[in-house]
Structures are given as structure tokens and as C-alpha cells.
Design a binder for this molecule. Structure first.
Ligand code: GLP
Length: 235
């Protein structure tokens, strides 16, 4: 595992974007595993700029996102599909038909999860971008008694609902459940890039990467992955 500490969010975002850009340049038809939350916003901004400048070409790239709130469809501005369009896909020359986000509005969530896992298996993820929740969640894999391998529906932890309330008008508007890629999907990525910024992430990073591997700290499973880069900025 490479743990890179940088001085600020701008540097974190530039470095993370550079790692993803290197992947796109080396393998123009690569599959990017993408994440939402506030951490990747700067990374996506850089990628968008570099694409606009003509330095990056996403025309053959496809993507698979980690998660989606249950009950929100892509036109809802709080959905992760909307976030991805707004922060990245609308600004780069990716074919949107090749960008996948779980369908949080699927009538049969179980079938949606199974289909998502088949897609992950078929496409294969070259590099998975991750953030980390204050409780150690990755995607929406919340602390539990065990790690869940498959894409599945989860009940969000109260700390996650509280942390994500800043994106909604009120805490009551935050969906209570979500669909997330499981640990099997995340661990199947050839490379993992985790970005975290802010002092409130310091303790959980310490636990996740230097403590025991424990489903109560979901990100700790990444200790078993052969190619993980963590970029952290306290500011
Ligand atoms: C959400 C997402 C996660 C993300 C986490 C951290 O819960 N489902 O994928 O890593 O938030 O978000 P932030 O980067 O805003 O701290």
C-alpha cells in the first residue's frame, strides 16, 4: 500500500486525477470504477479540464459507479447518477451509454444487484476510485459483523445519514437505504485509489490501514488488496 500525504485538497485532487489520467492514456478503453461524495469533486474537475484541453480522450472509456440511494432516479439532483453527470460525464467525451450507476429505482432490487455484479465481472474494473466515510464505509458498505461480497441493498448508518445531510435540504430527506457494490466488486479492481481529506478522516484512516482487518471498519479489507494508493490531505 502506498500512503501519500499531501498539503491540501488541490494537490490531492491533481494527484488523484493524474493517476486516473495515466490509466486512460495507457489503456484508452479502460474501465474506471467511480465514486461520489465531496472528495472526488476536485479530481473530476481536473479530468474535465484536461479533457477539454485535448490532453485526455474518454471516447473509449467506460465506467462503473459504486453506489446509489434507493428510491431516487437519475433526474433527482441528489441522486448519484445526477452527481456523476453534473461533475464529470457532462464535461468529458465519454459515451454515457457506457457509464453505469446502480438503478436505485429498480422495482426488483435483488435482480438489479445481480445484474450489476454480472456487469462488473464482464467488464472488469481497471482502477477503482474510493472515498471513505467517517465510520470507515467504502461505497455504502457500512460497518457490520461480516463483509458482504455482492452488490446489495444496505441500511445507512446514522453517522452516514448525518454526514450526508449537508447535501440535502434537511436530514429527513436523506434516503435511509442505498444499493452498493459489495466488497467482491471493489476488491476485484486491478488498482484501488482511495482519497480522503479533512482532519475528521485521520482516525478512521489509521484504523483502516494500520489496525486489524475488521468488518466493523469496512475499508480495512483493502489491506488485502495488492495495489492500493491512498492520498490524504488534512486540510
Ligand atoms: C458517501 C459515498 C461514499 C463516499 C462517502 C464519503 O457516503 N457513498 O462513496 O466515500 O460518502 O464522502 P465524502 O467524500 O463527502 O467525505
Amino acid at each position: 500500500m502506498k500512503f501519500i500525504t499531501v498539503e491540501n485538497y488541490e494537490t490531492l485532487s491533481r494527484k488523484a486525477a493524474a493517476i486516473i489520467a495515466a490509466e486512460v492514456i495507457a489503456k484508452p478503453d479502460c474501465v474506471l470504477g467511480l465514486a461520489t461524495g465531496s472528495s472526488p469533486v476536485g479530481t473530476y474537475k481536473n479530468l474535465s479540464e484536461w479533457c477539454k484541453n485535448g490532453d485526455l480522450d474518454f471516447s473509449c472509456v467506460s465506467s462503473i459507479n459504486l453506489d446509489e440511494y434507493t428510491g431516487l432516479d437519475g433526474s433527482n439532483d441528489q441522486s448519484y447518477r445526477y452527481f456523476m453527470n453534473n461533475n464529470l460525464f457532462d464535461h468529458i467525451n465519454i459515451n454515457k451509454d457506457k457509464t453505469f450507476v446502480p438503478n436505485g429505482k429498480a422495482t426488483d432490487i435483488k435482480a438489479e444487484c445481480e445484474a450489476y455484479d454480472n456487469r462488473i465481472k464482464e467488464m472488469g474494473i481497471d482502477i477503482q476510485l474510493l472515498g471513505i466515510g467517517v465510520d470507515g464505509h467504502i461505497g455504502f458498505n457500512e460497518p457490520d459483523e461480516f463483509f458482504t461480497k455482492e452488490t446489495h441493498q444496505v441500511t445507512l448508518d446514522p453517522s452516514t445519514i448525518e454526514a450526508n445531510a449537508r447535501f440535502f435540504e434537511s436530514i429527513d430527506d436523506v434516503p435511509k437505504t442505498a444499493v452498493t457494490m459489495g466488497m467482491g466488486g471493489i476488491m476485484s479492481a486491478k488498482k484501488v485509489l482511495l482519497i480522503a481529506n479533512g482532519q475528521n478522516k485521520k482516525d478512521i484512516l489509521e484504523k483502516a490501514f494500520y489496525g486489524p482487518i475488521d468488518p466493523k471498519v469496512p475499508a480495512s479489507i483493502l489491506q488485502l488488496h495488492p495495489d492500493v494508493t491512498v492520498i490524504f490531505s488534512e486540510n
